[in-house]
Design a protein. Sequence first.
Length: 183
Amino acid sequence: MRRSSVFLVGVCAAIIGVLAGSRVGFLRSSALPQSATAVSAAGVARLFASHLNDPAGHSNSLLQWQGKTLVVNFWATWCPPCREEMPAFSRLQERYAAQGVQFVGIALDSVENVRTYHALSPVSYPLLIGGPEGGALARDLGNKSLSLPYTVVINPQGEVRLMQMGALAESDLERILARTADR
């Protein structure tokens, strides 16, 4: 009897795993939610109207990147998946810069933490300090829970092409950038 119970639990766990994997695959491959378009239009306008400081205290207008394919990554130094995806983002920034792609990291973290992290692990794109405004921007761009990492890709026309909660694979982002940069 005990052997059959263990087998039954194993079969149930396998079925649940397959169903969960199918659901995640469906969510990743599906289009943006209908409400994302309306939220994103207002969020994009607010994003480009924003000014955020870099770790050195210099103010940066996000308007300077309007008209480019903009990859906005909300992150924090205390977030392991955030730190893990940053080298890939640096590689993609270098690879696609000539095609009008610009990455920007908006840290939902302290200036001191970002300075220390950036000194040890430099990236090829600007890092800005979000502060309270960064959290509001993330929410305006669809991240109601403020989960990190959170990445948004905006095409040159100001349309959101991707809203990704959680780590983003380099190959997935590269496919999106290749399609967006060609338009």
